[in-house]
Design a protein around this ligand. Structure first.
Ligand code: SAM
Length: 287
């Protein structure tokens, strides 16, 4: 009796364009042409991309709702020798996109995972931002105001560039929260509609960017990456410093009230900058 061992397949994580189809790599196309199956978020959306490149392959939907169950099914196929590509609606899979469970399970089961690198809004935005390239990526903030503010508070003293994804219907309120927590003068960049016809990349202070976005309805359309420059000591120490009396007042108020209420009241009592009081309070919290 001869025993035939079937060779295990491979999973390719393939980046696709974030707008301009010319950004697809030769290797991405070759990979998509060569695999047995392609897993994607939305089969109708990805069908259009594949049609453009004349690629005909079975598409399987893998999204948040079915990820674990579908990942196991797909892995069984790969273990039987099938090769599989994973794509997302746009950009690099797993970067705020599905695929995490599939890739984790693949590693656990000893299945080879090969990345086919390419476009990502995150790196495209960072590369054109003019902000320091040591960065942290936070993905999407919560749609809930309190959770969003709490999240931003934890980042107030982050020294690296902080990168966020944001949706058009939340861009204004997110910028408002950022002004409130990082301060009006913190430098930031909004990278909008990257690689597309109406691409805009603006560098300015958070309050300038908020005003510019609020005053032009076109700037509220499309897809956004927000990059906020890291915290530096000079930003807090430039200009005004807190008097010992103001620090004392702030400490008392912080022991009784929320951060926002305490800094706002302290500003009224002491006449010192609310922003400076806020940043000082955040600094104390982090110590
Ligand atoms: N995996 C994708 C990547 O690597 O770019 C990101 C997917 S995430 C679900 C979608 C978010 O990415 C959008 O809401 C937006 O914040 C950002 N994004 C995607 N394409 C963009 C573009 N062309 N310009 C600006 N931001 C973009």
């Amino acid at each position: 009796m001869t025993l035939t061992l079937k060779k295990q397949g491979i999973i390719y994580i393939v980046a696709t364009p974030i707008g301009n189809l010319g950004d697809v790599s030769v290797r991405a196309i070759e990979t998509l042409q060569s695999v047995d199956k392609i897993a994607c978020e939305d089969t109708r959306h990805s069908q259009r991309l594949l049609q453009h490149f004349a690629i005909k392959k079975p598409l399987i939907a893998l999204h948040e709702q079915n990820e674990r169950e579908m990942a196991i099914k797909l892995l069984e196929g790969v273990e039987q020798g099938e090769s599989l590509a994973l794509i997302s609606d746009a950009g690099t899979p797993l970067i705020s996109d599905p695929g995490y469970t599939l890739v984790r399970l693949a590693h656990q089961r000893g299945v080879r995972v090969i990345p086919i690198p390419g476009p990502s809004a995150l790196i495209a935005a960072l590369s054109a931002s003019g902000l320091a390239s040591r960065f942290i990526f936070e993905g999407f903030l919560s749609p809930k105001a309190i959770a969003r503010q709490k999240h931003l508070e934890t980042l107030a003293k982050e020294r690296r560039t902080v990168v966020f994804f944001e949706a058009p219907h939340r861009i204004i309120e997110t910028l408002q929260s950022m002004v409130q927590i990082f301060g009006e003068t913190r430098e930031a960049v909004i990278a909008r509609e990257l690689t597309k016809t109406f691409e805009t990349i603006r560098l300015g202070t958070l309050s300038e960017l908020l005003n510019a976005t609020q005053s032009d309805p076109n700037q509220v359309r499309g897809e956004f990456v927000i990059l906020v420059s890291g915290f530096t000591e000079e930003k807090i120490n430039s200009g005004e410093a807190l008097t010992p009396e103001a620090e004392h007042t702030l400490k008392i108020l912080l022991s009784e009230l929320s951060l926002k209420q305490a800094t706002s009241l302290a500003a009224k009592i002491t006449g010192q900058s609310r922003h400076l009081l806020y940043e000082t309070a955040i600094q104390w919290k982090a110590e």
